[in-house]
Design a protein around this ligand. Structure first.
Ligand code: ZN
Length: 249
């Protein structure tokens, strides 16, 4: 069965994260912005296989070809699907540096098994990567061609897309992507704690950063691994309330 996009506004969809919690960590939401003549993605999926599923779903809504991919940050699960789209990427300058370094590694399962030996705490993340990637042949990390250090606005046809660096504990290269006309803000993983292998017991969500993301003219927040949240729900979450699946909707 074809994967179903979730429509958030007139010209905005997501290819939703895998709702199976055991896999959700490695298959994030991918944002889809369709202008008159172009399609832009917010993140690229975790693998060429994931990317191809997104392509098929884009065909279903007759989306124009992908013009640009905005990486919210450089983690593999947001980037490794990019090669299938044949489109350039935009990211923070630190993400370009990080992805440039990652591109020098010999990507294959033997290399990853050695990585697990070197850093056992990364095992679950690396195993997830190996499950996501069916085949490493011809694999390539699409490097950002356009980078920002603080803010960058894209004006694509009649759509405004605001990209802003926020950093945070999860990944110092995190940016957020705001669509002022649709009142939607994509926030990636920016307010999450560091990746599990770098996490210490006292690490929490970055509540101060979450509160900085709240703006009255935003109706919907889309992060990397949860269902979209209304401003009201996200505000409660930022104020320390624990959200249940029900309140997340
Ligand atoms: Zn991440």
């Amino acid at each position: 069965m074809a994967d179903t996009l979730v429509q958030l506004a007139d010209h905005v969809w997501i290819f939703p994260r895998d709702s199976d919690p055991s896999r959700a960590e490695s298959q994030p939401n991918v944002g889809i912005i369709v202008t008159e003549k172009h399609t832009l993605l917010v993140d690229a999926g975790n693998s060429p296989r994931h990317g191809r599923r997104i392509m098929i779903a884009l065909d279903d809504i007759q989306a124009p070809s992908v013009y640009n991919i905005i990486y919210t940050h450089s983690h593999w699960d947001h980037v490794f699907g990019a090669m299938v789209f044949g489109a350039p990427a935009v990211a923070h300058e630190l993400a370009r540096r990080q992805l440039g370094e990652m591109a020098t590694r010999p990507w294959n399962n033997n290399y990853l098994l050695e990585e697990i030996q070197r850093t056992p705490a990364r095992e679950s993340s690396i195993r997830a990567m190996m499950r996501a990637m069916e085949d490493w042949r011809n694999f390539r990390i699409v490097q950002p061609e356009l980078v920002l250090s603080q803010k960058l606005n894209l004006y694509v046809d009649s759509t405004t897309i605001e990209i802003e660096h926020v950093g945070g504990n999860h990944s110092p290269d995190s940016v957020i992507v705001t669509l002022p006309q649709s009142r939607i803000r994509f926030i990636g993983d920016c307010y999450y704690p560091p990746p599990s292998y770098l996490r210490s017991p006292e690490d929490t969500l970055d509540f101060a950063l979450m509160r900085r993301l709240i703006r009255d003219d935003i109706d919907l927040y889309v992060d990397g691994h949860n269902p979209p949240m209304t401003r009201e729900v996200f505000t409660r979450y930022a104020n320390g309330e624990t959200l249940t699946a029900q309140s997340l909707g």
